[in-house]
Ligand binder design. Structure first.
Ligand SMILES: Cc1cc2nc3c(=O)[nH]c(=O)nc-3n(C[C@H](O)[C@H](O)[C@H](O)COP(=O)(O)OP(=O)(O)OC[C@H]3O[C@@H](n4cnc5c(N)ncnc54)[C@H](O)[C@@H]3O)c2cc1C
Length: 509
């Protein structure tokens, strides 16, 4: 594996200095930046524009036990995780949750309330209590991100650097971070810092079908792997049971939040049978992995490309108010939720694995922190409980901010790095990206097996070998190298884990 994706000598690169660099401006990155001590200069790198992240797509909401009678958030999370989530870290997260919701509300985030001004809460899959808070019905992520963006732009110590692509993480003596190489405006530059946080999100774009934004290529995870960071739980990829599927174009488009089932939606197969009623005691609100797999099996059994989500029991006025985003998106596709069952399929949605961190977001590399979907804090185990990811961004983002403040702020000298200039190439990176997506969709998907995983690993190794000596010079090319590296780690971990647990399911186990 090559140590760096970039190919240019560091000497002569423009240098900028910051106390902290946060790679990623989704909820994890922005909330950490806002929690940082104002005396620290902080750059927040964003691949494109600030609102173009997965955080702003979040519909269902944030899970937090804001109701005093709710003592079951920990139990539900551990159960959903197939018992693999770390109980003390998870306990810490759920205990801290309500405090951060209060904080967000004080910062001006408009959580939905009833007429008495009390927060509205709902249920999603595997939640035994109503504890999911939301904003604007189903526009939770967008409204949170809009408010935090306003606040970040008002802070003189926070520098939002849009169109700055994190390429590599650099380390010096004693395995300590000394900065990051980023690509901006057709050129590389070096950002010198003793504290670098990876908050660059998940990996959805390495799959053919995903709810994630285009360009979610696991760049932060890949850069951390190249720098020597430890990974954890790479085999656990979550598939959301219900993404809209357009039978005319054979494409899945947008997420239909689990909250639709929380408000009475029922899954039906092509014969109209409500198959989850007999599959699990929690019926349509069973755990995500179980529901996604059952839909997959129903599609196979009836040789269909989708199943249906039926919420016709609810009125037009309720649906328009409670799910304005979903209602209008369905309407644009010719589906009226109050009259028509919605065609849905399971698609890649979330990554439980990632950069291994402790409770303060620290990794095995000094000065390297990680938070959000790029991190594996082990609060999701083998399967994430719905709406716990925004919560994780808040709780562990705040933890990172404190740990960064308490870590040394002295710059470490950059060791002379030998950069392999690489061979110029006419390789078609677009073809390779498509091939990686196809491999992951067919061999690294909802149901895996040893033979398929071995074939996938062999081909990914060949792709990595092909990329190894090449001159990679653009973010688009770096993304493909990152996709191959992350995909390889996922497949290798899936081969390694022979038992079926949570989202990892092998038909040969
Ligand atoms: C459609 C959808 C609905 C969801 N609904 C919910 C929900 O209701 N509740 C819930 O809890 N979770 C939900 N999730 C999951 C949740 O939104 C994500 O897990 C969470 O937002 C991740 O936050 P993050 O800050 O880690 O990453 P993101 O929000 O994805 O942000 C990643 C950031 O990293 C930047 N970045 C990436 N690569 C680079 C690079 N190379 N250089 C520089 N910057 C880079 C991006 O520009 C972006 O700013 C949903 C996800 C999706 C896709």
């Amino acid at each position: 594996m090559r140590r760096f994706a970039f190919n240019q000598d560091l000497k002569g690169m423009p240098i900028e200095k910051y106390d902290v660099v946060i790679a990623g401006g989704g909820l994890a990155g922005l909330y950490t930046a806002l929690n940082l001590d104002k005396s620290l200069s902080c750059a927040v790198l964003v691949k494109k524009e600030l609102m173009l992240c997965n955080s702003s797509l979040a519909q269902g909401g944030i899970a937090a036990a804001v109701n005093e009678q709710d003592l079951f958030h920990l139990r539900d999370t551990i159960k959903a995780s197939a018992g693999l989530a770390n109980p003390s870290l998870t306990g810490f997260m759920v205990e801290q949750g309500p405090k951060h919701i209060v904080r967000l509300a004080k910062m001006g985030v408009p959580f939905d309330t009833n007429e008495q001004g009390n927060w509205l809460t709902t249920r999603e899959g595997a939640h035994t209590r109503e504890r999911v808070l939301h904003c604007g019905g189903d526009a939770t992520g967008r409204l949170i991100m809009q408010r935090l963006t306003q606040l970040a732009l008002e802070r003189p110590n926070i520098h939002i650097l849009e169109h700055h692509f994190l390429t590599d993480i650099l380390t010096g003596d004693d395995n300590q971070v000394c900065g990051a190489v980023v690509y901006h405006d057709q050129a590389y530059k070096f950002l010198e810092t003793p504290s670098l946080m990876v908050a660059a999100g998940g990996i959805g774009s390495i799959y053919k079908h995903t709810t994630n934004r285009e360009g979610t290529t696991g760049d932060g995870i890949a850069a951390a792997i190249r720098a020597g960071a430890q990974m954890q739980h790479m085999e656990f990829v979550q598939f959301h049971p219900t993404a809209f599927f357009n039978p005319r174009t054979n494409q899945s488009f947008f997420l239909i939040s689990e909250a639709v089932r929380g408000e009475g939606g029922i899954l039906r197969n092509s014969e109209g049978v409500a198959f989850m009623q007999t599959r699990h005691p929690m019926k349509d609100l069973a755990h995500r992995d179980i529901t996604a797999r059952e839909i997959f099996l129903q599609m196979q059994k009836h040789n269909k490309k989708h199943v249906f989500l039926d919420i016709t029991s609810r009125s037009k006025s309720f649906l328009e108010k409670r799910f304005p985003t979903i209602y209008n998106a369905c309407k644009d596709q010719g589906i009226r939720m109050e009259e028509d069952p919605i065609p849905v399929v399971p698609v890649q949605h979330y990554f439980m694995g990632g950069i291994k961190t402790n409770s303060r977001g620290q990794t095995n590399i000094k000065g390297l922190f990680a938070s959000g979907e790029a991190a594996c804090t082990n609060v999701h185990g083998a399967n994430r409980l719905a709406s716990n990811s925004l919560l994780e961004c808040l709780v562990f983002g705040a933890q990172c901010a404190e740990a960064i403040y308490n870590s040394p702020h002295t710059q470490v000298a950059l060791p002379p790095a030998t950069i392999n200039q690489g061979k110029k190439t006419d390789t078609n990176f677009g073809f390779l990206a498509d091939e990686i997506r196809e491999i992951m969709q067919t061999q690294g998907g909802i149901v895996r097996n040893k033979k398929g995983l071995k074939t996938a690993l062999k081909r990914l190794d060949q792709i990595m070998e092909k990329l190894e000596p090449l001159h990679i010079n653009t973010p688009a090319q770096t993304e493909v190298a990152n996709m191959a590296l992350v995909a390889r780690h996922i497949i290798a971990a899936a081969l390694e884990r022979k038992n079926n647990i949570g989202a990892h399911y092998r038909s040969d186990a």
